[in-house]
Design a protein around this ligand. Structure first.
Ligand code: G3P
Length: 478
């Protein structure tokens, strides 16, 4: 059946026995673009089983060989950037150039992970006992890093390739096997990416990719006794997963409300450029997007004017034309964004542009004079709508930032580095960027959220480490 993309299990492309499929709606046309298999729980069981047995052999494959295969997969991925990028354009309406960038970045991430892996996994520790009181030098302890087993990877729609490989590559280099559950919007891009790993020649069962309805296989996967670690990026579902998951390590990244604090002495042209890039790239559908601007009242008028001048230059339209602003991922997402806009309107926010929507396409909108009683001051639209709150002191800005239930990233703009450091220390977020918009990359930097923004830390090195466990062997001398 050429119309339904097959899922990947036991080293083969398969059809769901039930014959059921899930539709992927093109956000631009709002018509079905692709279909993927709706795997059943039995099919998930099968993928889990083979992942478990394949992992035992994979863990014994020499580290340099595992690295070699990853390098190969990275090269194949880059060679296939055009067809994969095309899927990203059709499935998630990512602007054409950004779609290519996502694939290239993913190839680089896989290669870097292979290199980092051979370094950090190639080293263990040697400890001696007589440093602890009461001990003679009679015990030698050797430690190394061992894999956890089967890693369940669940990436979100906004980076279905990149946030999949950021989980797959560290898992594999460390000797784990992977079961990937891609987001429905983005599933075909993810299947193409998995095909690159297939072509690289990974042993059967080391990677599986199951597609299907969250309602049918979502909980079944995350609560599956065969899963030894979950790496999830997404929204609220992550909170539910954390509550239901067993006693296994969790790596969670669940969104943010990244604040941009602007002081009086900031370079306002730099700030405006970063607000527009940070707030509106991929139409605001990034967990690290600038989601609230906290500007000192004295410079707010000038800043808003500069931002508006740049917003006016953003192109709006289909992702195929590489427009800056493209349709948001789904109708329900567009409705949610509209709900936030209407709430702000009713409560008296200043609309810097006219609110305009056609289908899932929402024109970029800056909302000035937003107050804390408006939903948009706290909730993440995940769309091209950005609120500006005017503040009268730095403390007010820090207070707003810290009152959020999120704590992913934040940024502060000032020419005074001492002030910037103090503000960074005071902001309860996993990362603070000084004089730039929030961003996850470069991909080897640690990436983590506080509070509802997540559990654990990502970034290549941290992901490799979290997908391993320390094993000690103690030699007791006579
Ligand atoms: O929304 C996912 C998050 O990881 C953002 O990544 O590269 O856009 O900062 P990036």
């Amino acid at each position: 059946d050429g119309d339904v993309y097959k899922y990947y299990s036991e080293g083969e492309w398969r059809k769901a026995v039930s014959g059921k499929s899930v539709a992927i709606i093109n956000p631009t046309t709002r018509k079905t673009q692709y279909r993927v298999q709706a795997c059943s729980q039995e099919e998930v069981n099968k993928a889990m089983e083979i992942a478990k047995s394949a992992q035992k052999i994979w863990a014994k494959t020499p580290l340099w060989k595992r690295a070699e295969l990853l390098h190969k997969a990275a090269a194949i991925l880059k060679e296939h950037k055009a067809p994969i990028a095309e899927c990203l354009v059709k499935e998630i309406a990512k602007p054409a150039k950004d779609a290519v960038t996502e694939v290239v970045r993913s190839g680089d991430l896989v290669s870097y992970t292979a290199e980092e892996g051979v370094r950090i996994l190639g080293e263990g520790k040697f400890l001696v006992s007589d440093s602890f009181p009461g001990n003679e030098r009679s015990k030698y302890c050797l430690t190394s890093k061992i894999p956890l087993g089967v890693i369940l990877a669940i990436p979100p729609f906004n980076y279905p390739v990149n946030l999949a490989v950021s989980k797959i590559a560290p898992a594999l280099i460390a000797g784990n096997s992977i079961v990937l559950k891609p987001p429905t919007q983005g599933a075909v891009s993810a299947l193409h990416m998995v095909h690159c790993f297939h072509l690289a020649g990974f042993p059967k069962g080391v990677i599986s990719c199951v597609t299907g309805k969250g309602s049918e296989i979502g909980d079944f996967l995350t609560m599956h006794p065969g899963v030894n670690c979950i790496s999830f990026t997404g929204g609220d579902t992550g909170v539910a997963i954390s509550k239901k998951a067993g006693m296994i390590p969790l790596q969670m990244e669940l969104g943010g409300k990244d604040a941009c604090i602007v002081l009086e002495d900031a370079d306002l042209d730099l700030v405006a450029a970063n607000i527009v890039k940070g707030g509106f790239s991929y139409s605001g559908q990034r967990c690290t997007a600038v989601k609230v601007v906290l500007a000192m009242e004295s410079i707010a008028d000038t800043l808003v004017e500069k931002v508006n001048a740049k917003v006016a230059k953003l192109t709006v339209g289909p992702p195929e034309d590489d427009c800056d602003i493209t349709p948001v991922v789904s109708e329900s997402s567009a409705n949610f964004i509209e709900g936030l806009v209407m709430d702000a309107k009713q409560k008296g926010a200043t609309f810097c542009q006219e609110y305009r929507r056609e289908g899932n396409l929402i024109w970029p909108l800056l909302l000035d004079n937003v107050r804390p009683d408006m939903r948009i001051a706290w909730e993440e639209p995940f769309g091209p709508v950005l609120p500006v709150l005017r503040i009268n002191s730095v403390e007010e800005g820090i207070h707003h930032c810290n009152a959020s239930n999120f704590g992913l990233q934040g940024c502060v703009f000032t020419r005074d580095i001492n002030k910037a450091i103090l503000i960074s220390d005071a902001m309860e977020t996993g990362t603070v960027q000084i004089n730039s918009a929030p961003a996850r990359g470069p991909d080897h930097f640690p990436f983590q959220g506080l509070k509802d923004s997540g559990i654990g830390s990502q970034g290549i090195t941290n992901s490799i480490n979290m997908m391993t466990k320390i094993k000690s062997t103690v030699i007791n001398l006579p």
